[in-house]
Design a protein around this ligand. Structure first.
Ligand SMILES: NC(=O)NCCC(=O)O
Ligand SMILES: [Zn+2]
Length: 484
């Protein structure tokens, strides 16, 4: 059975043109005028774009004494309902746990996925076993990215020696490290002081994680990556201090990528000062929402190219789960949702306001991510041979975001009441229509794991450069006898 998406305008990261798109066997087989096929999807008045890729989600994540509420079934359903056709989750080994055992758990959870997915592997502890297993993860398991938490002291956080050792190992393996860049020691000390002083409410979460905490950690990670000779991906870049460090590194020719979240681009710190405890706690995430100056910096970064992609860090907790932290803000599970809202929100507040062109929209929601994570053009492209992960985007469809109609299983939305214009008419995952306007046609288990190969070109270039500048002993004649 062939399908033809007919009468639309194809929008890619670099081109806009009118063409039909033919799909057979889950891939794009033809692009051009007047195509025919067994099934026709009417795209008139719509843009035909690569489906969104969310490079940062946590589905059924074990965290802060509980599990994030959306699993791979509801999370990927939410994704496709908003035009996202692939998600990348984080495999999190417990302390001392084998990376392979952790991966088995994630493999089991992800069998429920409706759309394709991949994993980043987190380095949550360090030792010879981790060092050795990293090679298997890269060479046999199709995972080329390793996440490091510089925050969450006492649970997920790694120290600088572990971080540097892992970065060096990534360099050897052709892998790329990711960092959650917040200084966990400083956060822990500020949190303890705030609690002591009676600051127990959700607003104290923001007080405990000022932008400097993020700026310091981002600078540190960039310097360590430079010394190790690896590219670096900074997740949830939320402030000018962190963006500035990334911008500076990129100007020096370093491969450093910054990932703002749709939440940080569109919501600000005033949410934490809301009189309603639930309202504020539901928005507790790390890093916290910032002020307008930081938001402007993030938008400018997307426009200028110093920031590369937009994610959600979808890690949704119910109101009941958030209430674990009544009386102690450090116990509020950190995380917010947004998987189904990322594309409509970015279109409305980015393309709709003139901050982003449609092509830039495709770049930061899909194509750049596919390239950075080494899965382009299988993903992130409207090209013959690419997977038919496609969103047929109706720029006239609009809605008011409300938890009452959302797909995610949680009982609220951080975007409640936002009006969005621009929504999917169809979302296709490898050629299968998963969404037709508001009707979900999802199929649990349709999603497949996407294996990603090591970064041979980038890492080779970086290690060649490192080799040229690496320390060498100086040959000397007449070395004096030891003074001892
Ligand atoms: N971001 C957040 O608050 N929760 C999810 C885990 C993480 O990415 O730090
Ligand atoms: Zn995260």
């Amino acid at each position: 059975m062939s399908k033809v998406i007919k009468g639309g305008t194809v929008v890619t990261a670099d081109l806009t043109y009118e063409a039909d798109v033919k799909i057979e066997g889950g891939v794009i087989t033809e692009i051009g005028p007047d195509l025919s096929g067994d099934e026709i999807l009417d795209a008139s008045g719509c843009y035909v774009m690569p489906g969104g890729i969310d490079p940062h989600v946590h589905l059924e994540m074990p965290f802060m004494g509980t599990y994030s509420a959306d699993d791979f079934a509801s999370g990927t359903r939410a994704a496709v309902s908003g035009g996202t056709t692939m998600v990348v989750d984080f495999c999190l080994p417990d302390p001392g746990q084998s990376l392979m055992d952790a991966l088995m758990r994630w493999d089991n959870k992800s069998t429920l996925a409706t759309c394709d997915y991949s994993f980043h592997m987190a380095i949550t502890w360090w030792g010879e076993q981790v060092f050795n297993e990293m090679e298997t993860v890269v060479r046999e398991k199709g995972i080329n990215t390793f996440k490091h938490f510089l925050a969450y002291k006492g649970s997920l956080m790694v120290n600088d020696d572990e971080l540097f050792a892992s970065f060096q190992r990534c360099a050897e393996l052709g892998a790329m490290p990711l960092v959650h860049a917040e200084n966990g020691d400083v956060v822990a000390s500020m949190s303890a002081k705030l609690l002591e002083e009676g600051n127990v409410g959700p607003e104290a979460h923001a007080y405990s994680r000022p932008p400097e905490v993020e700026g310091e950690a981002t600078n540190r990670a960039i310097m360590l990556a430079d010394m190790a000779g690896v590219p670096l991906y900074v997740v949830h870049t939320s402030c000018e201090q962190s963006h500035e460090a990334i911008r500076r590194a990129r100007q020096k020719g370093m491969r450093v990528y910054g990932e703002p979240l749709i939440q940080h681009l569109t919501l600000d710190e005033s949410e934490y000062f809301d009189k309603d405890w639930d309202h504020a706690a539901r928005r507790v995430m790390s890093p916290p929402f910032r002020n307008k100056m930081h938001q402007d910096s993030l938008w400018a970064g997307l426009q200028a190219g110093s920031l590369s992609c937009v994610a959600t860090d979808h890690c949704a907790f119910t109101t009941d789960q958030k209430r674990y932290g009544v009386g102690d803000f450090t116990k509020i599970p950190n995380g917010t949702g947004g998987l189904e809202d990322r594309l409509p929100m970015l279109w409305t507040y980015g393309v709709g306001t003139g901050r982003l062109t449609m092509n830039e929209f495709v770049a930061v929601t899909s194509t750049n991510i596919a390239k950075i994570l080494n899965m382009y053009p299988k993903k992130g492209a409207i090209l013959v041979g690419a997977d038919a992960d496609i969103v047929v985007w109706d720029p006239k469809r609009s809605k008011t975001i409300t938890a009452a109609n959302q797909v995610s299983t949680i009982d609220y939305s951080v975007f409640e009441g936002k009006e969005v214009t621009g929504l999917p008419r169809f979302t296709l995952s490898r050629g299968k229509v998963m969404v037709e306007e508001s009707t979900l046609k999802t199929e649990e288990g349709h999603g497949e794991f996407v294996a990603r190969q090591p970064y041979t070109a980038v890492n080779k270039a970086l290690s060649t450069w490192k080799e040229l500048v690496s320390p060498r002993p100086i040959a000397r004649s007449g070395i004096p006898p030891s003074g001892v």
